[in-house]
Design a protein around this ligand. Structure first.
Ligand code: GLN
Length: 493
């Protein structure tokens, strides 16, 4: 079925005129009808709009548009509800934006559209991307296609579940501390967090601006390379985007990793690591060795400070970024007798409890009496963490770690205990603190229940080509990525 294809295979099918973009969108919409009542990957989607985009793509295909001009022509891609798509609702998983509709496209959306992609659907997420399970969405939880009692991860849980359940060919998420990679790991797909500055965030609702990046969730490493190339590059509307050339990532997928050096970080083999995950990572490193990579032990000695530093810096930045939701400018407004009462009533009614917790924490760590004790120290720890990585990358091309300490946890298992939830980000958030890149891809399954396990490859700043190359070689030598969640297959047409 067309919705089950990878981007690479769909493009071939469309180019040979064996199927149309309209049929592809129809297949995705059918799958959404069949499974999304249970999975709830989407907050909303506009099928007619997607079909209209498909007809336009079919017209261009008939007129002989080429893949070099339009690498994603006819490919349906779902979008996290934090990224602006002109004329579509944007809620960021929150009630506070009310009935807000984006008046413009985010830069990544402009780029997807000009590459011919069919941009559709608002993928569910934790409110303002704060969370690791999509349980903090104001629109209800999303479920993991591999086990409906479990979370798809977060905060881009809807984006990951939609790809894993073949409701779309790929999706975009955003990653501030792991929100692309961890849901990719939980749902058995590929998720790439590009280096800080690689991709414009213009049109992404800001959570923590020194950490946020947009990244793709896909079915294969090659597809991640294709989408990343399209959306990467300098943008004058995001002053943190870097004017560096974007390499042809697909060209680095040679399958040959002989002589490349992959580090295993001592500090990442922690006590809380699930034994099955530990074993899967060891087996994966053995596989990389067989493929000709050299496995080297590296040390990232400041890892123990990462969770604390992250939750200080991220909340501090969030408390400033979220000040704009005041009931005056956008969305929801709850009136009060004066502006102060209006602000507090609007924010009281519009934000969920995790967002409020973060705003309060962030305001606290920035307050004059505590700034030095918390915020400044967290920034110093951040510098040390970045330096750890830069030192390690003098010796290795990539660092191999688990993406998360456990496979997908149960809905409700951690939602009452924020600290446990925060600790589950231990392996992903250092990457954002350091501004480096990282990819998660499938590397096995737990036995009972059968749940996907993700491995993470971390790369140097702007070292996406190297991690994609290693990830692709590993993927080609294993079959994990071919497995599908059984409940989502073989549904009536
Ligand atoms: N779980 C982390 C947090 O809650 C990361 C979220 C993200 O990457 N957006 O902040």
């Amino acid at each position: 079925m067309l919705n089950q294809l990878t981007i690479t295979d769909l493009c071939e099918t469309l180019d040979k005129k064996e199927a149309s973009a309209r049929e592809t969108v129809e297949a995705c919409l059918k799958q959404i009808e069949n499974v999304d009542g249970r999975i709830h990957a989407f907050i909303s989607y506009d099928g007619q709009n997607a079909l209209a985009q498909a007809d336009e793509a079919d017209r261009m295909l008939r007129e002989g548009a080429t893949r070099s001009e339009k690498p994603l022509l006819g490919v349906p891609i779902a979008i996290k509800d934090a990224i602006a798509v002109k004329g579509h609702p944007l809620n960021c998983g929150s009630k506070i934006l009310g009935s807000y509709v984006s008046p413009y496209d985010a830069t990544v959306i402009e780029r997807l559209k000009s590459a011919g992609a069919i941009v559709f659907g608002r993928a569910n997420m934790d409110e303002f991307a704060m969370g690791s399970s999509t349980e903090n969405s104001a629109f209800g939880v999303s479920r993991n296609p591999w086990d409906m009692g479990r979370t798809p991860g977060g905060s881009s849980g809807g984006s990951a579940a939609a790809v894993a359940a073949d409701e779309c060919l790929a999706s975009l998420g955003s990653d501030t501390g792991g929100s692309v990679r961890q849901p990719a790991a939980f749902c058995g797909c590929v998720g790439l967090k590009p280096s800080y500055g690689r991709i414009s965030r213009f049109g992404l609702v800001a959570y923590a601006s020194s950490l946020d990046q947009i990244g793709p969730l896909t079915k294969t490493v090659r597809d991640a390379a294709i989408v990343s190339r399209v959306i990467s590059g300098w943008d004058r509307r995001d002053s943190t985007s870097v004017p560096e050339n974007v390499p042809d990532y697909s060209a680095s997928l040679t399958g040959d990793i002989r002589g490349m050096r992959v580090g295993l970080a001592r500090e990442y083999m922690i006590d809380g690591l699930d034994p099955e995950i530990n074993a899967a990572i060891r087996t994966a490193s053995e596989e990389l060795r067989k493929l000709g990579a050299e496995i080297v032990e590296v040390s990232l000695p400041h890892t123990e400070f990462a969770v604390a530093a992250y939750y200080i810096i991220a909340t501090a930045e969030a408390s400033a970024n979220l000040a704009r939701f005041d009931g005056i400018r956008y969305g929801l407004r709850v009136d009060g007798k004066d502006p102060i009462e209006l602000y507090s009533k609007t924010r009281g009614a519009g934000f969920g409890s995790e967002v409020k917790r973060r705003i309060i924490l962030g305001t606290y760590v920035l307050s004059s009496g505590y700034y030095d004790a918390y915020y400044l120290r967290a920034q110093k720890a951040r510098t040390l963490i970045r330096q750890d990585f830069l030192n390690a990358f003098e010796k290795v091309d990539a660092i191999l770690t688990p993406t998360a300490p456990t496979a997908a946890f149960k809905i409700g298992e951690k939602s009452g205990d924020p600290l446990q939830m925060y600790l589950s980000d231990i392996f992903t958030l250092s990457c954002n603190l350091a501004g480096i890149c990282g990819i998660s891809l499938p590397c096995g399954f737990t036995r009972d229940p059968k749940l996907p396990i993700g491995l993470q490859l971390l790369g140097k700043p702007f070292g996406e080509s190297a991690i994609l190359r290693i990830a692709h070689a590993y993927e080609q030598s294993t079959d994990w990525h071919r497995e599908k969640p059984p409940e989502c297959l073989h549904l009536p047409n």
